[in-house]
Design a protein around this ligand. Structure first.
Ligand SMILES: [Zn+2]
Length: 212
C-alpha cells in the first residue's frame, strides 16, 4: 500500500505522520485480498466541512480532509471513512459496485457497517428518522431493487420523495440484519452477492411493514 499526500505544503508534517501511522495500523486488521496493492491519496479541500472519501476503480482510495482535519485530524473518523472506501475497492474488485438499486444499496450498506466495525460512530444521518420513513422506503425498494435505471441521486442524496440518504440508511439496516443473523463481520462481505444478502435480510425487514 502506498500513501500519497497531494498539496503537501498545506498538510503539516505532524498531520501526515499521524495519518500515515493510523492507516498502516488499521490495515493490519483487514482480510481483503492484496490490500498492499491499494493506493491511498490524501488531499485537502478547505471548502469541505468534514473529511470524506471515495473509491476509484479497483485500486485507489481518496481521502479529502476538511479544514479542521488538516491541523488536528480526527483519526477515528478518518479511519472509519478509509475503511468504508476500502470496502468499496475490495467489492469493485470482486462482485463489482453494482448496477441495480439493490446492488448499490447493499454495497453502501456494507460501507457504513464497515465504518462501525473499524471504530467509527454511525452518525445520525445513517438512521431513519422513524418507522414512518423506513416503511415507505422499504416498500419502494422492493419494487425498484432490480432496476438499473433508478435515480441514484434521489436514493442516496435526497431531493425526491425519499428522505436524504435513504439508500445508505436502508443499506445499513439490511447489512446489519444479515451480519447479526449470520454472525459475520461486515468487512467479510466484500465478495458476497447482493442477492444473497437481500434474500436473507429483507425477509426480516418486510414483516415490519405489514403491520401498522
Ligand atoms: Zn460509499
Amino acid at each position: 500500500m502506498r500513501i500519497h499526500f497531494h498539496f503537501t505544503q498545506s498538510i503539516p508534517t505532524a498531520t501526515r505522520l499521524a495519518i500515515r501511522a493510523a492507516v498502516r495500523r488499521s490495515m493490519a486488521k483487514v482480510s481483503y485480498p492484496a490490500p498492499r496493492l491499494v493506493d491511498v491519496v490524501v488531499v485537502c479541500d478547505p471548502k469541505q466541512s468534514i473529511t470524506h472519501g471515495h473509491a476509484l476503480y479497483q485500486h485507489t482510495v481518496v481521502l479529502t480532509l476538511g479544514p479542521n482535519d488538516i491541523l488536528m485530524p480526527d483519526l477515528r473518523r478518518l479511519i472509519a471513512v478509509f475503511h468504508h472506501e476500502l470496502s468499496h475497492v475490495a467489492r469493485i474488485k470482486s462482485v463489482g459496485y453494482g448496477h441495480t438499486l439493490g446492488e448499490a444499496v447493499v454495497t453502501e450498506g456494507i460501507g457504513i457497517a464497515v465504518e462501525e466495525e473499524f471504530g467509527g460512530d454511525i452518525a445520525q444521518w445513517a438512521h431513519f428518522s422513524g418507522a414512518n420513513h423506513e416503511k415507505p422506503t422499504i416498500q419502494r425498494f422492493i419494487t425498484e431493487q432490480g432496476s438499473a435505471d433508478y435515480d441514484h441521486d434521489e436514493w442516496f442524496f435526497g431531493g425526491g420523495e425519499l428522505e436524504p440518504a435513504a439508500g445508505y440508511k436502508l443499506g445499513y439496516r439490511i447489512v446489519h440484519v444479515y451480519c447479526v443473523g449470520h454472525n459475520i463481520y461486515p468487512s467479510k462481505l466484500y465478495a458476497t452477492t447482493a442477492s444473497e444478502i437481500l434474500s436473507n435480510s429483507l425477509i426480516d425487514l418486510v414483516p415490519s411493514i405489514n403491520h401498522d
